[in-house]
Design a protein around this ligand. Sequence first.
Ligand SMILES: *Cc1c(COP(=O)(O)O)cnc(C)c1O
Ligand code: SF4
Length: 320
Amino acid sequence: MTSNYSLEELIKKLELSNEFVSNNIDLNSNFNFKANKSFISKIKKGDLKDPLLLQILPLKKEKKKVANYVKDPLNEVKNSTKNNLLYKYYGRALIIISPTCKIHCRYCFRRNFPYENYIINKKNWENIFSFLSSNEEIEEVIFSGGDPLTLTNKKLKSLTKDLETIKHLKRLRIHSRIPIILPERIDTNLINSITSTKFKTIMVVHTNHPNEIDEKVYNSNKYFKDSNITLLNQSVLLKNINDNVETLKKLSEILFESGILPYYLHLLDKVEGSSHFEVSEKNAKKLMRKLLEVLPGFLVPKLVKEIHSKRSKVPIDLNY
Ligand SMILES: *Cc1c(COP(=O)(O)O)cnc(C)c1O
Ligand code: SF4
């Protein structure tokens, strides 16, 4: 059920031509190819411009050095000295809770993150716990990664049960792409393991294109809704994938239909290897102004970027 394709299997299954492969694909990328069958089943055979394919295909052009594109655009390695904890924004502490993902998105700002040094163990969990306990202004814990839902239900339950004992914590937020790419993972056991606490739970999923949401995703979201988990979505604005009004409009609409509200639309973080996904800030603003004209306000995500020294995501002024 959860199995992955190798890059060779993907090439064969989608009937990508030998010529295309030898000219464009990087068969030995440091950030290796990874995608599961569920996600790949939504890709159209032979379509080199498929918006889901473009998100996962390792390309030779990722190797090109581009000015301003760096290994760790958000300075996270430097900022995460407290073990796996990133405490940058007031009241919300983010924990790199899992080192793995079920998919490798080529534009991921953590594509170079040295996860092997950030695996949760008893020792660093104790440190995280004592940091959270002694900072009373922290009301929300964010599980991030990697993908938190790669952890077992048992592990998720024991971590959340631990956190529940901290008096001032109120909310548990989970940032995960799994509800979209592996909806089979969502079931009653998982829901029980993340909701059997005092916390108000928020699930922030990550979807960039309407084709990612199929009937299975739609159906699995019922589990979240039935247990009053708030569902939000973040997207990255990606060239040739979702950088047009029709796609973004359709994405918001289909998210809403399946019970998810648009939250953030991120400008690309300038991580090495991702420059071919960049949409200029000027074009992003233009898109947003048009989007505001064709959608109800509550279906328009906030356009933001990250500036590593800032204390929140930075909203982009649309210059009205
Ligand atoms: C994005 C982010 C958060 C959450 O920010 P919100 O604006 O509340 O969604 C928290 N901590 C870090 C380090 C982040 O990058
Ligand atoms: S699922 Fe999220 S963390 Fe994992 S590679 Fe994709 S964008 Fe990065």
